[in-house]
Design a protein around this ligand. Structure first.
Ligand SMILES: [Zn+2]
Length: 227
């Protein structure tokens, strides 16, 4: 997983580099060669033309929700892939499904320590939640098969759909926590009602898998690609 992350990062930067060299050769402005220091600076400063980001990058909405007043603080977090924990899922379910793992990924979690709320002006019990505010053209999901507590690999099978994985229910509008801090009338006026309305379908078909066989200490990777 870390290798994939590093590989995509470097690949994206080199694609930009190649594009820049090709462009400079076309315009004839690089007869004397391109100074490496300038190139490195340009690579670090811009994401324009980074095809890896265009294809794989999405945005999570990370929200802290005050348990006392309902005040929310949100910030965007970009991602190239999503790591889905399996350790707790294995305990809960006999048969694992990718959809269940995604549901749990977007569930709000109660933070152990209270967090300062600017509205309450004190530390309050707080929930944290991640939802998908922008989905990429290619969604890369990683199953975390490393059980750190038991120091072993989780080998349970996880079922996933070959066609039509629906990410619609994981958008902020459809799964973000709404605190019951309004009167019913205020709530109706302030919150869009979703009763009886389904989330939009945002469907992904399975294109490829990367698989690992072996143990934590050795093994092989192989890939299945739908061509
Ligand atoms: Zn508060």
């Amino acid at each position: 997983h870390e290798f994939l992350q590093a590989f995509l990062d470097i690949l994206g930067k080199h694609v930009i580099q190649c594009d820049k060299i090709a462009e400079e050769m076309r315009t004839g402005s690089s007869r004397g060669g391109i100074k490496p220091s300038i190139m490195a600076k340009e690579l670090g400063d811009t994401d324009d033309g980074d095809i890896v980001k265009q294809l794989f990058e999405g945005t999570l909405r990370s929200v802290l929700i005050c348990g006392k007043c309902g005040h929310k603080r949100s910030q965007p977090e970009s991602f190239l892939n999503i790591s889905l924990p399996l350790a707790k899922e294995v305990v809960r379910y006999a048969k694992l499904r990718l959809e269940t793992c995604l549901e749990h990924f977007t569930y709000p979690e109660n933070l152990v320590d209270p967090v300062h709320c600017s509205s309450c002006a004190e530390k309050t019990p707080t929930q944290k939640q991640h939802t998908f505010s922008r989905l990429p053209p290619i969604l890369c999901l990683h199953l975390k098969r490393f059980d750190a507590a038991a120091n072993k690999k989780i080998t349970d099978r996880v079922a996933y759909p070959a066609h039509g994985l629906d990410m619609g229910p994981h958008l902020p509008h459809w799964c973000e926590v709404v605190q019951e801090i309004y009167t019913e009338k205020e709530k109706a006026a302030n919150q869009p009602t979703t009763t009886g309305v389904s989330s939009p379908q945002i469907l992904y078909d399975l294109f490829a898998t990367v698989n690992h066989t072996g143990t934590l200490y050795q093994g092989h990777y192989f890939s299945n690609v739908n061509v």
